[in-house]
Design a protein around this ligand. Structure first.
Ligand code: ADP
Ligand code: 5GP
Length: 246
């Protein structure tokens, strides 16, 4: 049976990489796609571990040769997922997790409509700023222009939350890790074609609470803090307008 393709997106600094690395320690049977990027390595990042680092010219050559499943320009650099990652995971029947931005997620949804997408939110802009700053400090390079760019893009990325199947608010790390694990496990149960065991009920419950349609209360304060407004200037959860079928 083919594995499940999971997509995870978040504004930079929300804690997505942290969540993914915690979940990788706990779950087996899931591969993590290493993207190609033209940005320079940060801190202790190594070629072939967090990313394959390359030049713009090489990236464009790969793009023109059709080597990417998706790619996008994010914060002034190219990022892309090689088709090979998906082909290898599919051939091995393993699940695959893509950590990609909202533009890449939209491209993957088109070609892989069976994929499962998860959007991670920070609790509010202040926490996001602190996390971005702490990470930069830990990496020994606080670049105010880079921090500003990443923070200023956060709201427009967050506006895409309603395109995702599941929403996580990464406030308390352990809870968010448990939620991400529950989402992955519950999708496995749903798709394995066998009767779901009673012992899985807690996992299914945790995952169900993270579904977009069930996230309204948790999301409201987060969206308000990021100033995501409707056209008349009122705070509004966008799925109220158009999600009768959810
Ligand atoms: P992203 O991959 O979304 O850009 P990171 O995983 O690099 O974000 O996390 C950004 C910073 O926030 C890191 O310093 C990380 O240790 C910290 N962090 C992540 N999740 C939490 C959390 N729940 N509580 C406190 N700090 C967190
Ligand atoms: P960072 O520079 O912080 O590692 O990543 C910046 C942004 O690029 C994040 O939103 C991350 O999810 C996104 N990103 C990383 N790899 C890819 C990729 O292969 N494709 C796309 N579209 N975005 C990616």
């Amino acid at each position: 049976m083919a594995g499940i393709l999971f997509i995870i997106s978040a504004p930079s600094g929300s804690g997505k990489s942290t969540l993914v690395s915690e979940v990788r320690k706990q779950l087996t049977g899931i591969d993590f796609s290493i993207s190609w990027t033209t940005r320079t390595p940060r801190g202790s990042e190594q070629h072939g571990r967090q990313y394959y680092f390359t030049t713009r010219a090489e990236f464009e050559k790969m793009r023109d040769a059709g080597e990417f499943l998706e790619y996008a320009e994010v914060f002034g650099n190219y990022y892309g997922t090689s088709r090979r990652s998906l082909e290898e995971a599919t051939a091995a029947g393993r699940d695959l997790l893509l950590d990609i931005d909202v533009q890449g997620a939209a491209q993957v949804r088109k070609v892989c409509p069976q994929s499962v997408s998860i959007f991670v939110l920070p609790p509010n802009p202040k926490v996001l700023r602190t996390r971005l700053r702490n990470r930069s400090r830990a990496e020994g390079q606080i670049n105010e222009a880079v921090l500003y760019l990443r923070l200023s893009e956060a709201s427009s990325e967050i506006e895409k939350y309603r395109d995702y199947d599941y929403i996580l608010v990464n406030d308390v790390l352990d809870r968010a890790v448990a939620q991400l694990e529950a989402i992955i496990q519950s999708e496995r149960y749903y798709r394995c074609g066998q009767e779901i065991p009673i012992k899985a009920s807690r996992v299914l419950e945790i995952a169900a609470a993270c579904r977009l349609a069930n996230s309204r209360e948790r999301l409201q304060p987060v969206l308000e803090s990021f100033g995501i407004l409707n056209p008349s200037g009122q705070q509004l959860l966008k799925f109220e307008e158009d999600s009768d079928d959810d």
